[in-house]
Ligand binder design. Structure first.
Ligand code: IPE
Ligand code: IPE
Ligand code: MG
Length: 254
């Protein structure tokens, strides 16, 4: 059993302020293009907005923030853009760890890190170790992450660990091997940039997550926009399969 309840096996609590927010930070390229700037300028601006979002989450008491920074499909981009994104990642790790430390933020990077160059892998490991005892906010960066990869790597690790149970595995058996096993399932899932798709982010974990799609480009997703997303979330009725009437009865069974 995991430490957090599963939305398909129990009825989880639906917190007033989302305990875990997942974000697809999309629209950096279009933001730059609108300004006749190179795409990378949009990514640079995007990093600033990450800083702001982390601050907002700390203030609002959001416990977990998971950001999609680079998908397993983003390698298909022009080599130059990929390499600039990697440089930005390195720079952010070098510059931000101290600030995260000051604010009690624990950093994790989820995804298949084996494809990154050794220097980046080392920086990631160091940043994770340096912040490992922080608890104010769990910040996870999804890099070379894909939801399908995640489920598969979990299944493969489970197969090695418990071969005698093949054919009888349960959700609860698999969950500890998923890369977000340390976190509750996301309550709110934000995608900026106007696309209404999931692009292979956290597939397993979002079984009952509330979605918020906004046309706002990521570099313009400021605190006001963030509060709008939270307000939208607070309007939702999270039924987890039950009827609306059941929610109003305090005795509604699980
Ligand atoms: C998201 O912005 C950032 C990454 C994928 C790294 P995009 O770069 O996808 O921006 P658009 O979608 O082209 O505007
Ligand atoms: C999703 O954005 C990945 C990240 C934000 C890191 P993309 O811009 O790569 O998504 P698609 O290709 O439009 O679906
Ligand atoms: Mg995009």
């Amino acid at each position: 059993m995991g430490i957090f309840s599963s939305s398909t096996r129990e009825i989880p609590s639906a917190p007033e302020v989302p305990g875990h927010i997942a974000v697809i930070m999309d629209g950096n390229g279009r933001w730059a293009k609108k300004r006749f700037l190179p795409r990378v300028a949009g990514h640079v601006k995007g990093v600033e907005l990450v800083r702001e979002l982390v601050r907002a989450c700390l203030e609002r008491g959001v416990g977990y923030l998971t950001l999609f920074a680079f998908s397993s499909e983003n390698w298909r981009r022009p080599l130059e853009e990929v390499s600039l994104l990697m440089q930005l990642f390195v720079k952010a790790l070098e510059q931000e760890v101290e600030r995260l430390q000051r604010h009690g933020v624990r950093l994790r990077v989820i995804g298949d890190l084996s494809r990154f160059e050794p220097r980046l892998q080392t920086l990631i490991r160091q940043a994770e170790e340096a912040t490992a005892t922080n608890t104010a906010l769990h910040l996870s960066i999804a890099a070379n992450y894909g939801g399908r990869w995640d489920i598969l790597q979990a299944a493969n690790r489970l197969a090695v660990a418990e071969p005698e149970k093949i054919g009888q595995w349960t959700e609860a058996d698999l969950e500890p091997y998923l890369s977000m096993a340390f976190a509750p399932e996301p309550d709110l899932y934000i995608r900026t940039g106007g696309e209404m798709r999931v692009s292979n982010f956290l597939l397993w974990q979002m079984a009952y997550t509330e979605f918020y799609f906004t046309p706002t480009l990521w570099p313009e997703f400021d605190r006001v926009e963030f509060d709008r997303a939270i307000a939208s979330y607070q309007q939702r009725e999270r039924r987890f399969g039950r009827t609306s009437e059941q929610l109003k009865e305090p005795s509604s069974h699980a």
